[in-house]
Write a protein that binds this ligand. Sequence first.
Ligand SMILES: Cc1cc2nc3c(=O)[nH]c(=O)nc-3n(C[C@H](O)[C@H](O)[C@H](O)COP(=O)(O)OP(=O)(O)OC[C@H]3O[C@@H](n4cnc5c(N)ncnc54)[C@H](O)[C@@H]3O)c2cc1C
Length: 423
Amino acid sequence: MNANDTQKFDLIVVGGGLGGLLTAARAAKAGRRVVVLEQAQELGGFGRSPELGGRPVNLGPHAIYLDGPAEKALLELGVELKGFIPGAAGFFESNGELLPLPTTALGLLTAPWLTWRERVELAWSMREVLGAPKAGVRVSDWLAGLRSERVRAFFASLIRVSTYCNANDVLTTKLAFAQLKSVLSPSARGVLYLDGGWQSVVNQLEVIAKQLGVRIRTGAKANSLSLGERVGGEGAHPRITLSDGTTLGGDEIALALPLAAAAKLTGDAALKTRAENAKPVRAACLDLVLKKLPKPERRLVLGLEQPTYFSVHSAPETKENIRVHVAWYLAPDDATDAQMERTLEAFVDRIQPGWRDELVGRRYFPHLRVMEDVPREATTTLAAPLHLISTVATTRFLFDAIAQSGSSLSLGERVGVREQVLP
Ligand SMILES: Cc1cc2nc3c(=O)[nH]c(=O)nc-3n(C[C@H](O)[C@H](O)[C@H](O)COP(=O)(O)OP(=O)(O)OC[C@H]3O[C@@H](n4cnc5c(N)ncnc54)[C@H](O)[C@@H]3O)c2cc1C
């Protein structure tokens, strides 16, 4: 590429994470000439699965919601999703005790660790969750209205695991319940843990995108963006300048970037405010590979009072080098330090005593950024010809139910995923 590259694309996608790759492949499939610019040498962003203990291991626990728009979009592109459905059987951990996690409505209503009063309140509240919640009600306000502490902890735990958020003061019931329904509804197929990690999706998307004619440039950092300038004398087009000084012109630009990076590139005031006010969704993650599980029957454990998560991400028939993800859902202002790592290790000690003797690989992240902001009922959109594909949009798209209930996937149909504005 020379310093004044006059090649013009229909769509320039900035960011080669899952959001960018999906967008690029879908747009190319619709017949558009597309280029992807990725600043790193590798594609995939937070969707990569660096090797650990001889296995591809995701950066923290990742699951694909079945029957959602992400599964549909990936299958439409020809991506093969090989993995297993973990099943809902597992445990809550409450004050060091493991309580069986009910998997059916009947199981919920007969759980021996709930009093009859709690069961009645739970059944009553469940109707609300599966109904049509009003807009604008914070999860914290809804939880505060529940009488029983146990029932409150039960819903808080399920909301954490289904939305990834530990931010009940910001998250609304409309968004939380939509996600919860995708787990609790009798027709829900659940989630898929991918055998090759999410890297397998990244790799396939790269191949498919290239086959569809997408040009992919790694080591290409977008430094500035200008709108409406002439490129190659062919009319007004937006233009991207890379850090090495080269420029690219396109009819439209999709920013599949962190909010702050998108705000900086565009200079958009609303986006800047959004980035500044964002409450990032983060988790402290301990990724483990174990020779074998000391307690093979304990595959899923969710903290009832504490925001903890333990799940085995290798299929039950896997005999060696088993992937285990352990996490603490951080509240927006939570600090995290070395003590947190010890806390997570102690949690694993209680679930899988003797795990340290089985250790093949371990990786600890004090605060992985899952999404840059807690999903909101209304979000920012950019004026044409710019499109914003933030991590919130990507995650919501991947996470399924919320995106499905969004008012508009029309741009999604054109370029992939987009910020959703819910009705
Ligand atoms: C611990 C954890 C667990 C998760 N679990 C789930 C889950 O279970 N289900 C789910 O759906 N989602 C989950 N997610 C979220 C999911 O990983 C993200 O939604 C998705 O990977 C985000 O993709 P993205 O393309 O939007 O952003 P990113 O992955 O952040 O990609 C952005 C890319 O843009 C590049 N870039 C930045 N600036 C520039 C620039 N100026 N020029 C060029 N390139 C640039 C970056 O290098 C990066 O590659 C999880 C995330 C984490 C961290």
